[in-house]
Design a protein. Structure first.
Length: 354
């Protein structure tokens, strides 16, 4: 006798984070983030890349509920699932956010010093987070803080506990911030350019630390970076943003080996000088449209070597190119590992400087 379909179907991996059709508006009418959708599952690391101004930080800040003054979520939804029913984050009150931010979602940013109080020792700042977030009594909070400092690779953690932010190096401060970010055992960690200001050796150590937290605790991580080597080494999947939109979304190895969107292809081309040890996003000829510019079709068309009249006629939706891999492009995708589509590129993109 055949088994009912619900018993034979493999259980779905529920996303920890769902971002669905997110729009962010700046100054009341300028749409800086458009229809951004993605998910993160437990223990997954997703890289978010794109040129400066493409909307990466506004996307992260929407998930954290800390958009700058004048910016607001104007459409879509953000939900956290964890082990229970989804918690809708869009529209939470300030008090409701306090139960989520720092507890269920942790964050680390580029400049750790600016997120720490300069006049309080780093140990007290972490212990305070543990007391408020986890309800630990004073001595237990102290002991847990020392444990966490050890876990994030700080030597002499008891000594570090009593130090002020100005007494620590940038790498040590970033470790302190990571300890604070994970202290309440969040489901999700957002790292917005968290390793950008660090030298290569410290950056590698911090990435290794984040990797350890993912495997040991199942922490889902959204990693914003300008460094494609970080994506290659640390991320299962990559999201590529351009002019406020996600233009490509797929498994890292697949996207890097066979980019399906001409923008990703261009990013990889300009980053391809040297080795994978440090491939930062280079400069692609031309410029992105002004933030919020309303265009009838593809937002990359002015810089695209493959643009046709069809590309600018109507909005271009994300389309599946291969399993788990989507791109916002009308050009047919090539085979995995191959160079691309059916159209022969012209030597220079439209509008590129001579
Ligand atoms: N506080 C703000 N006020 C006005 N405009 C803003 C504000 N924050 C962001 N923007 C605009 O929204 C767009 C997206 O900004 P965002 O900070 O998300 O970019 P980003 O991709 O993180 O860039 P970067 O790589 O430089 O950090 C930019 O054009 C930016 O000018
Ligand atoms: S839709 Fe057309 S213009 Fe846009 S990226 Fe694809 S080929 Fe280029
Ligand atoms: Mg940013």
């Amino acid at each position: 006798m055949s088994r009912p379909a619900e018993l034979t179907t493999r259980p779905r991996v529920l996303p920890v984070l769902t971002v669905d059709g997110l729009d962010v508006t700046v100054g009341g009418s300028v749409q800086a983030v458009r229809d951004v959708s993605f998910t993160l599952t437990r223990g997954e690391a997703v890289g978010l890349v794109g040129e400066s101004g493409s909307g990466k930080s506004l996307t992260c800040r929407s998930v954290l509920g800390v958009l700058p003054v004048g910016c607001e979520v104007s459409g879509g939804r953000v939900a956290l699932a964890g082990d229970g029913a989804p918690t809708e984050l869009t529209g939470l009150s300030r008090t409701q956010w306090n139960a989520v931010r720092g507890r269920r979602v942790g964050a680390v940013f580029q400049d750790p010093a600016s997120y720490l109080n300069p006049s309080i020792t780093v140990g007290r700042q972490l212990a305070e987070q543990l007391r408020v977030g986890r309800g630990l009594p004073r001595s237990a909070a102290h002991d847990r803080a020392v444990e966490l400092f050890t876990a994030v690779g700080l030597h002499r953690p008891e000594e570090v506990f009593h130090q002020y932010p100005h007494e620590l190096s940038g790498g040590m401060l970033q470790r302190v911030l990571i300890a604070i970010a994970v202290s309440c055992e969040p489901e999700l960690l957002i790292a917005d350019e968290a390793t950008t200001a660090l030298d290569v050796v410290i950056q590698a150590e911090i990435l290794e630390l984040l990797q350890g937290l993912r495997t040991e605790r199942g922490l889902a991580t959204l990693l914003v970076t300008h460094d494609l080597a970080v994506v290659a080494e640390a991320c299962d999947r990559v999201l590529v943003m351009y002019a406020g939109e996600i233009v490509e979304d797929g498994p890292t190895a697949d996207v890097l080996a066979a980019p399906a969107h001409p923008y990703t292809e261009a990013l990889l081309r300009v980053a391809s000088i040297g080795t994978w040890s440090r491939r930062e996003l280079g400069v692609i000829p031309g410029a992105p449209p002004e933030t919020g510019a309303e265009l009838p079709g593809c937002r990359f068309a002015d810089r695209c070597a493959y643009a046709t009249a069809q590309c600018t006629a109507a909005p271009v939706a994300l389309r599946t190119v291969r399993e788990g891999h989507r791109a916002r492009c009308l050009r047919p995708a090539g085979p995995p590992g191959g160079a691309g589509g059916a159209t022969t590129p012209s030597p220079e993109p439209a509008g590129a400087p001579a």
